[in-house]
Ligand binder design. Structure first.
Ligand SMILES: NC(=O)c1ccc[n+]([C@@H]2O[C@H](COP(=O)([O-])OP(=O)(O)OC[C@H]3O[C@@H](n4cnc5c(N)ncnc54)[C@H](OP(=O)(O)O)[C@@H]3O)[C@@H](O)[C@H]2O)c1
Length: 305
């Protein structure tokens, strides 16, 4: 166990809040950090959760938020840039991630877990994906012993992934990304949270890079079919060329919160599955659950059953 609380930066997000819960249930003291940090609704009096508002871009606030932490998990995300507000992939995923790692090192934090994503690569046409690769480097440069966690696409109650598919199911025809053949390894948010919580412990580790995917590799089309079957909804699936999706993303880009971005389209063009020579759930003794078995609990939460 680390001495001092485990600080979850981005602790109100989809993954971050699940990590917070996992840590609290494991009896660990937690410090929840986000710009709009609030106590989770499920928290009970006596739960060891401290709430500290801080922006990853604010050196002094971040240093104060990390002071005394035994371990730190970075679960901050930014999917759509807002240039006027200074919210860019570079500011959050590269400079912010590096800043956090540098401050963690200076504060003597025993373990930093940095959440990135499968496929992080300098060679990607996606600025988001390139920033994830540069961010991992910035973290390792500042704190070589940091642990990098790359999940595949996350699902769980209240997620964005299944939520989008449920909305699509209301259409008479379901448009597919290309022919729907992109291979994904959807992973339950709670399984990744358990992995992150476990890795933030101070036990010695044989590996520093983990890729976490669910037990099945599924084509996008198969994911859509599973969701439709669960909803008891029959719809034709319509292959739509990626060029059309890119055009749609370009047209939607001026919206303040676009439902589809160019980076998402690029991500859907390549397989997103666990690679070779990396740590996996196996190394952590975690048996991840399947999408199929989890659909009832995930979709019941949004009243879609
Ligand atoms: N969701 C997925 O399918 C998926 C798949 C693979 C990898 N991942 C990775 O998992 C991590 C978490 O993703 P998520 O989907 O859980 O994200 P999310 O739901 O969007 O949550 C983002 C969190 O970051 C905080 N945050 C955002 N900007 C911040 C800033 N400037 N300073 C401090 N905190 C900030 C947010 O709170 P405030 O807005 O209050 O600050 C929130 O707590 C990310 O690294 C993401 O790339 C996610």
């Amino acid at each position: 166990m680390p001495e001092g609380p485990t600080t979850v930066v981005g602790g109100t997000g989809f993954l971050g809040r699940t990590i917070v819960r996992e840590l609290v249930e494991a009896g660990r003291a937690v410090r929840l950090v986000a710009r709009h940090a609030t106590l989770p609704g499920w928290a009970e009096p006596g739960d060891a959760i401290e709430v500290v508002p801080a922006d990853l871009r604010d050196e002094a606030a971040l240093a104060a938020a990390l002071a005394g932490s035994g371990a730190v998990i970075n679960a901050v995300s930014l999917y759509v840039e807002q240039h006027r507000a200074g919210l860019t992939f570079e500011a959050i995923h590269v400079a912010g991630a590096g800043r956090l790692a540098r401050i963690a090192r200076g504060a003597g934090v025993a373990r930093l877990v940095h959440v990135s994503g499968i496929g992080a690569s300098d060679a990607s046409p996606s600025a988001y994906v390139r920033a994830r690769a540069a961010g991992e480097r910035a973290v390792i440069d500042a704190l070589p012993k940091a642990v990098i966690l790359r999940p595949s696409v996350l699902f769980g109650p209240g997620d964005a992934f299944l939520g989008a598919l449920v909305r699509l199911a209301r259409l008479p025809v379901i448009p597919l990304f290309g022919r729907g053949e992109t291979r994904l390894q959807p992973v339950h948010v709670q399984d990744v949270a358990r992995a992150a919580a476990g890795l933030s412990d101070t036990r010695p580790l044989a590996r520093r890079l983990f890729e976490l995917g669910g037990p099945e590799v599924l084509q996008y089309r198969q994911v859509v079919e599973q969701v439709l079957a669960h909803l008891d909804c029959r719809r034709p699936l319509l292959p739509v060329p990626f060029a059309v999706w890119r055009l749609a993303a370009a047209l939607l880009a001026p919206l303040p919160s676009p439902p589809l971005t160019r980076d998402q389209v690029i991500l859907m063009q390549g397989d997103n599955r666990v690679g070779e020579g990396v740590g996996t759930f196996d190394d952590l003794g975690i048996v991840p659950r399947t999408l199929h078995d989890s659909l009832p609990s995930c979709l019941a939460a949004r009243g879609a059953t």
